[in-house]
Design a protein around this ligand. Structure first.
Ligand code: SF4
Ligand code: SF4
Length: 420
C-alpha cells in the first residue's frame, strides 16, 4: 500500500499510530512527487505476474493530496501497465474531504473505498476527533451518504477500542441498519507504549488505555458473530468471519494477520521508501528506496524474506501446539509481546480473545464447511441453527429439575438452564 501524504492527516484521532510517524521524516512536506508516483505505478504494475494489479492508497489521509494526484495516478497506470492488465484501486479515508467531484471520480475509476468509522456518534467521537478536538461523526456519516448517492463502492473500517468494545451489537447494528453497509472491516486497537511514553515503534509490553483488552476483543467478536450467523450470512460480510470461514475450509486465510507468514503488505512512503509492512514503518524495517533500487529487488531481499518467515519461525511453543493455530497463526507479530504460561516470550497480546472466539465458532464453522463441500450454500446455516434452537427450547421446556440439561453441558438442568 502507498502513503502519498505519509502520516499526515487533517484529523487528530487519539489512537492513531500514524500521526507520530511524522517524526520519522523531520521537515518533510509529506507529499508524493510526480516522479515517485510515476516510478511506483510503472514498477508496481510491470512487476505483477498476473494480469491484475491493485493500487492501494492509504494514509495518513490520502485525499489531502487532492483529486488531481489521483486522476494522474489512473492516467499513469493506463500509460505504464502492460497491455491487457486490469488495474483496480482502493483508498482508505476518513471521508471528511469527499465531495461530489471526488465521488464521481471514485465511481468512474472503480475505486473501492474504505471509510473509517467506529460506530454510532458517541462511540465514533470518543477518539475520532479533529484538530480542534471536535467529534467527526457528522462529517463521516455525510461522506457515507454522499458515496451511496454516487454509487461509490465502499465498506467501513471500524477500529475496536476501549470505548466501543463493550458495545458490539450497537456498533454492528448501526452499520447494518442505519448506515446500510454490507462490508465491515474490524481492526483491534493495540497500542504499545514505548519507553519514552510514545507509541511510535512496535516496542514495549504495555498498552495504552485506549487499547482493547484481550477478553474484551474475544467477547466483541463472539457477540457480533452470534448476531451475524443467525440472520446475516450472505448479506453482511465481516472480515474476521470471512477469514475464519476460509481457514476452516482450508483455502488460505483472507487476512494477512492469519497467514502463516508475512510479506504481502508492504508500505511505500511518500518519498519512495519501502517498508516491510504498514505496521512497521520504522527505521529497522526499511528495505530501501524505490527511486534507487528497483522495487522487485527490495521485495525479493533477504531482509524481506526474513521478516515474512519470522512470523512462522518465531511462534512460541504455546502457539505451535494450539488447537486453533490453523486459523490464528499467532496473529500479527506487532501484537506478540506477552509471555506464554511457560514464560516463553512472543505470545500475542490478544491470544485469550482469539482462543475464545475460534473455539466458540468451531461447531458452526464445521457445519458451514460441510455445507460448502456438499455444494450447498453457507447461508443455510441460519435455518439449521434456528431448527436446533427450536428443538432445544422445546427440550428445555420439558426438562425435569434433576434431568441432565438438554443443552449438553453435562450438568443437571437445575444447575444449568433451569437455574433460578
Ligand atoms: S506484520 Fe502484521 S499487518 Fe504486517 S503483514 Fe504481518 S501480519 Fe500483516
Ligand atoms: S489462539 Fe493464542 S495460542 Fe493459539 S495460535 Fe493464536 S495466539 Fe497462539
Amino acid at each position: 500500500m502507498a502513503k502519498p501524504t505519509g502520516a499526515t492527516c487533517n484529523l487528530n484521532c487519539t489512537y492513531c499510530f500514524f500521526l507520530e510517524k511524522e517524526r520519522l521524516y523531520p521537515g518533510s512536506a509529506f507529499r508524493m512527487s510526480a516522479e515517485v508516483l510515476e516510478s511506483y505505478i510503472s514498477q508496481y504494475t510491470q512487476a505483477q505476474r498476473v494480469p491484475e494489479a491493485i493500487v492501494a492508497w492509504q494514509g495518513g489521509e490520502p485525499t489531502l493530496m487532492g483529486l488531481d494526484f489521483f486522476r494522474r495516478s489512473v492516467e499513469m497506470a493506463a500509460e505504464h501497465a502492460p497491455p491487457g492488465m486490469h488495474v483496480t484501486y482502493t483508498m482508505q479515508t476518513n471521508g471528511t474531504l469527499l465531495d461530489d467531484a471526488w465521488c464521481e471520480f471514485l465511481r468512474e475509476s472503480g475505486f473501492l473505498v474504505g471509510l473509517s468509522i467506529d460506530g454510532p456518534r458517541e462511540l465514533h467521537d470518543a477518539y475520532r476527533r479533529d484538530k480542534g478536538g471536535d467529534g467527526t461523526f457528522e462529517r463521516v456519516e455525510r461522506a457515507a451518504r454522499l458515496m451511496q448517492r454516487h454509487k461509490v463502492d465502499f465498506n467501513v473500517l471500524c477500529t475496536v477500542n476501549a470505548a466501543n468494545a463493550g458495545h458490539p451489537l450497537e456498533v454492528y447494528r448501526f452499520f447494518r441498519d442505519e448506515l446500510g453497509v454490507e462490508w465491515v472491516q474490524l481492526i483491534p486497537i493495540v497500542e504499545r507504549v514505548n519507553s519514552d511514553g510514545s507509541t511510535l515503534l512496535q516496542e514495549g509490553d504495555t498498552v495504552t488505555d485506549r487499547s482493547v483488552g484481550p477478553a474484551q476483543w474475544g467477547d466483541f467478536l463472539i457477540s457480533v458473530f452470534d448476531e451475524w450467523v443467525r440472520r446475516d450470512v450472505g448479506r453482511m460480510f465481516v472480515n474476521f468471519f470471512e477469514a475464519a470461514a476460509a481457514s476452516w475450509a482450508g483455502v488460505g486465510a483472507a487476512m494477512c494477520i492469519f497467514d502463516e507468514t508475512c510479506g504481502n503488505a508492504l508500505a511505500l512512503e511518500h518519498n519512495g521508501d519501502l517498508y516491510t509492512c504498514d505496521h512497521f514503518v520504522e527505521p529497522a524495517y526499511l528495505l530501501g528506496n524505490i527511486m534507487e533500487t528497483p522495487m522487485p529487488e527490495l521485495v525479493a531481499s533477504e531482509k524481506m524474506r526474513r521478516f515474512g518467515e519470522d512470523k512462522r519461525d518465531k511462534l512460541p511453543r504455546w502457539c505451535r501446539e494450539c488447537e486453533v493455530l490453523f486459523a490464528c497463526r499467532g496473529e500479527c507479530p506487532k501484537n506478540r509481546f506477552t509471555l506464554t504460561p511457560h514464560g516463553e516470550p512472543g505470545l500475542n497480546y490478544l491470544c485469550a480473545g482469539y482462543k475464545a472466539f475460534f473455539a466458540y465458532i468451531d461447531p458452526v464453522m464445521r457445519i458451514m464447511t460441510d455445507l460448502l463441500k456438499s455444494g450447498r450454500y453457507a447461508d443455510e446455516i441460519m435455518g439449521i441453527l434456528a431448527e436446533q434452537e427450536e428443538v432445544e427450547q422445546k427440550a428445555l421446556a420439558h426438562a425435569g429439575r434433576n434431568d441432565p440439561c438438554p443443552c449438553g453441558s453435562g450438568r443437571k438442568f437445575k444447575h444449568c438452564h433451569g437455574r433460578g
